[in-house]
Design a protein. Structure first.
Length: 608
């Protein structure tokens, strides 16, 4: 199958258009790749099982942020470039709160060196463990958080307390959920019940007539945990209708040890209204046709599970990874006990991670391990099965690397006994390197001998800032018209990863000698690790991509020569992911200017 781009002979394609054209064929390519790991046949009436792209994962040693305590570090990557993360029963990231809920703004390009320029202690939700604020005897906990078009949306719900107890079932209910929003990066919040621009968080009030707090979703019907698509939920980074809708998952009414997940959606244009009536719920089968309006209902009671696992599904966190064309769901469970969390039952937990080609599934389990010392979470002691009680794991959009395999995961540990060997405080933010394994996706760095450079090229090796902005800390660039790069690969998909900037112009890209496509490398500021070109649906076998710097210029370019660069190539193929997790910075994060004032030097990297 030819991709859309192959028919656009000599057409000048802006990068945003290239990305949009790439989305649909990219999804189709992954569903047709050979060597599916799910070989079991299905009845003709059932949808074909897609290939399993993600096959496992490994953890590195974490960075521990013990200046503050708290759990449930659900997070989103905001339009201002920072991470906004929740924490519950918390002193906040900086140790200055005593809150049921806090919202922490985390800054920095290195997940091992995060700082908090701002923490909102959200005091309207009461102090940590405050079950006396309202007559229902529950306390507040946060759910999902997402940034959409510059606005933060946060789910809040009622959980623990005398009337929100888990006894005798061993499950912790989550009820009476609402969404609050902030248009000023968490400084003030508004709800849909008349509280606006409240610096203390806009907690919904108690409704005596209803015998509960005010709630968008009363009872144990729906507690939204948003599916994150990247920075500010950028429509160009989404898939499966994510440019139109915001999606969210919810358990069957339990924070911990629930048994199934349902899926909801709301129009991006309507989420800010904070009205439950604007939400729809998926009613089809797992892995069915979520793009059909016939499979959605405004009645949450009609929702059908997209994933079921009895007492093994807790508060879900889901992240879309563009280069893998897959959603990753991170959740966990406590081995079921009606006495939880007493008698040491909160000290033992299992991480269970799933992957899917669409929000509605089918979801396939690829990681299931107990959170013990023997799995090398804190150190590698294979004979030590000391339980850590890690829970509420969530990937971090900002630190998803361009190959999609190297990631960072936030979590915290045992809230009943938080001290363990080599970790004086488990009940705090832990940032783990987490590497996915895949038999279908491989990254080739620009320094690989598989890549041939012709003409005049400069190879750069960067430390500190540079290594955070280039894969493996290296890049090749040229300002010579006619200079070219050739990469020979085996697979059905290839992506050219490089940079855009205000001194980048056009380059021609050809696959297997076919007519070239012109790709525009211009952007108003430097943006690294961009998918400059993607071709999918190639026939299995050997292929060649050739990229040549053109003399043609974007009219918006600054005066001087034109540049292009090569950071890496991503392909589909039999190679596995990297064996060691490394921290890095994801695509689309601009590098601060380096020595580029009015006397801008005509140099590729000195003036970025």
């Amino acid at each position: 199958m030819k991709s859309v781009s192959s028919s656009l002979h000599r057409a000048r394609i802006p990068l945003a258009v290239v990305a949009i054209l790439a989305v649909l064929p990219g999804l189709l390519a992954f569903s047709s790749l050979s060597g599916s790991l799910n070989s079991a046949s299905t009845p003709p009436s059932q949808p074909t099982t897609p290939p399993q792209v993600i096959t496992g994962g490994t953890f590195g040693l974490p960075t521990k942020y013990t200046s503050g305590s708290g759990d449930t570090w659900f997070n989103t990557w905001s339009s201002n470039g920072d991470i906004f993360a929740t924490s519950n029963d918390t002193s906040g990231f900086n140790g200055k709160c005593n809150s049921d809920i806090a919202v922490n703004e985390l800054a920095g390009s290195n997940p091992a060196q995060l700082t908090a320029p701002f923490v909102n202690c959200m005091t309207s939700y009461g102090h940590a463990g405050d079950t006396s604020q309202y007559p229902d005897g529950c306390d507040w906990k946060s759910g999902g958080i997402i940034s959409v078009s510059g606005t933060l949306y946060l789910t809040v719900a009622r959980q623990t307390g005398p009337n929100c107890t888990n006894a005798p079932n061993g499950e912790q209910p989550s009820r009476d959920a609402s969404i609050v929003k902030s248009t000023d990066y968490g400084r003030t919040w508004s709800n849909s019940f008349g509280i606006t621009n409240d610096p203390n968080g806009a907690a919904p009030s108690y409704d005596p007539a209803a015998g509960r707090v005010q709630a968008m979703f009363p009872g144990q019907t729906f507690t939204p945990f948003f599916i994150n698509y990247g920075q500010d939920d950028n429509p160009s980074s989404t898939a499966n209708g994510g440019a139109t809708y915001v999606y969210a998952l919810s358990t069957n009414g339990f924070a911990y040890d629930g048994s199934y997940l349902i899926l909801g959606r709301v129009l991006r244009s309507e989420i800010g209204r904070l009205k439950a009536a604007n939400w729809q719920f998926y009613t089809g089968s797992p892995g069915g046709n979520g793009m059909s309006s016939a499979n959605w209902s405004s009645n949450v009671a009609m929702a059908q599970p997209v994933l079921s696992a009895r007492n093994k599904l807790s508060q879900p966190a889901a992240q879309y990874i563009p280069s893998l064309h897959r959603y990753v769901l991170t959740t966990f469970y406590y081995p079921f006990s009606t006495t939880w969390p007493a008698n040491g039952t909160a000290s033992r937990s299992w991480f269970t991670f799933y992957e899917a080609p669409a929000p509605w599934g089918p979801w396939t389990l690829f990681y299931s391990q107990p959170t013990t010392m023997s799995v090398c979470y804190m150190n590698c002691q294979p004979t030590n099965d000391w339980p850590l009680g890690l829970y509420d794991p969530t990937l971090v959009s900002k630190f998803v690397r361009m190959d999609g395999l190297s990631n960072v995961l936030f979590t915290s540990g045992d809230f009943t006994d938080n001290s363990r060997y080599d970790d004086a405080s488990l009940y705090a933010l832990h940032a783990f390197p987490f590497t996915l394994a895949s038999d279908l996706v491989h990254i080739t760095d620009d320094s690989s001998p598989q890549i041939t450079y012709s003409g005049s090229w400069t190879s750069g090796t960067f430390d500190s800032v540079g290594s955070d902005y280039f894969d493996n800390g290296t890049v090749h660039y040229t300002d010579t018209t006619g200079a070219s790069v050739t990469f020979r690969f085996t697979g059905s998909m290839v992506e050219w990863i490089g940079s855009t900037n205000d001194n980048h112009g056009y380059a021609s890209v050809s696959i297997d000698g076919e007519p070239a496509v012109m790709v525009d490398g211009y952007s108003s500021q430097w943006v690294h690790q961009v998918t400059l070109f993607q071709r999918t649906g190639l026939s299995p076998g050997r292929h060649t991509i050739t990229i040549t710097l053109s003399s043609e210029r974007d009219p918006r370019q600054i005066p001087g020569v034109s540049y292009m660069d090569v950071d890496a190539f991503v392909t589909s193929g039999p190679a596995r992911g990297p064996e060691k997790a490394t921290f890095g910075v994801p695509r689309s994060a601009p590098l601060p200017p380096i020595g580029c004032g009015k006397d801008r030097r005509d140099s590729e990297h000195s003036c970025r």
